[in-house]
Design a protein around this ligand. Structure first.
Ligand code: AMP
Ligand code: MN
Ligand code: MN
Ligand code: MN
Length: 302
């Protein structure tokens, strides 16, 4: 086996790979370079940069990866909607951005801009004056705005004590600032990823507040749209719940991905920190033929 080879199956061991992380290209705190350096320091050999609706940090992360000996897979976490829920699809993009994904990402940037205007209007009604300027100030860059920027602005204006409260009261699921109408539907973003020769991976299926049955329907629709994988482990999660999710993936022939969803240091998460994937019949996402070359694996002879 070559050095840094990834296993063909999950055997319950800790792995040096993290396929879901954010940088300053979206709502992460670390620059792409510092993020990759942190990954190297924590012993990761493989990573994907998956900023929200953009690949703007990928080139810098890849260059840093060459320097630090970390294999960096281009990626993005696409926002979409499914039956009234805001769902995230990670595109793992061994060939980068191609085809319909190019215009798709332009569309996402515009959607984010229009959404920010609408969120700002709603936050102003709730007492946050000049909401758009304040969110921009918190972002401290000209990248597209996200809900965390508005949450920080609410905290800075002392309208809420902390980010968690800002989301619970104003920006989280079903609240005034949770605006989904600008996002395309699930099948559209899956189509973009496939058109780019990528692997469409349903992000953190346990974090949408869905019942098991509803989650099964989401996985069915995702599979029917051409989705190939789902995150079996996202950060830290309960072992029984993971085994149950593995069953749902296995039933649908979906591959399993894993990631920390790291955003900033100082919290309970670090790059590569997550519950180990338990021994399971579900195959790792890197066994998908599209990812073989990117991860330095030879395609098995037919
Ligand atoms: P957006 O991409 O603009 O829809 O914002 C969603 C992002 O907000 C997520 O990716 C998280 O980074 C962040 N987020 C969601 N819920 C919370 C929360 N309760 N507390 C802090 N950040 C959150
Ligand atoms: Mn985020
Ligand atoms: Mn997400
Ligand atoms: Mn994420």
């Amino acid at each position: 086996m070559p050095m840094n080879a990834l296993p063909e199956r999950f055997e319950g061991e800790a792995l040096s790979i993290d396929l879901h992380m954010h940088s300053t290209a979206s709502d992460g705190a670390l620059s792409p370079e510092v993020l990759v350096e942190a990954c190297a320091a924590r012993g990761l050999t493989h990573m994907a940069l998956t900023d929200h609706d953009t690949v703007a940090g990928v080139a810098r992360a890849s260059a840093a990866g060459k320097h630090h000996g970390v294999t960096v897979l281009p990626g993005t976490e696409l926002s979409c909607q499914w039956r009234g829920h805001n769902i995230h699809v990670v595109g793992l993009l061994p060939s980068g951005v191609r085809g319909e994904l190019s215009t798709g990402l332009e569309h996402q940037a515009e959607a984010r801009e229009h959404r920010a205007l609408q969120i700002a209007a709603r936050m102003e009604r709730l007492g946050l004056e000049n909401a758009l300027d304040r969110a921009r100030e918190q972002a401290d860059s000209d990248r597209p705005l996200g809900r965390p920027d508005f949450a920080k602005a609410l905290v800075a204006a002392e309208l809420v004590p902390d980010m968690a409260t800002a989301f619970r009261r104003y920006l989280g699921n079903g609240k005034a600032g949770d605006i989904k109408a600008h996002w395309p539907v699930l099948s559209t973003v899956v189509g973009w990823v496939l058109d780019a020769g990528g692997v469409a991976t349903l992000a953190h299926p346990l974090r949408y507040g869905l019942t098991r049955r509803k989650r099964g329907q989401l996985l069915d629709d995702f599979r029917a749209a051409g989705g190939q994988a789902a995150e079996l482990v996202s950060g830290f999660q309960n072992a029984d719940v993971t085994r149950d999710l593995a069953r749902q993936l296995d039933e649908r022939g979906l591959l399993a991905s894993l990631g920390s969803d790291f955003h900033f240091p100082g919290g309970h998460l670090a790059p590569g920190s997550m519950t180990p994937v338990p021994r399971t019949a579900v195959a790792p996402v890197w066994t998908h033929p599209c990812l073989a070359a990117a991860f330095g694996r030879s395609v098995p002879a037919a």
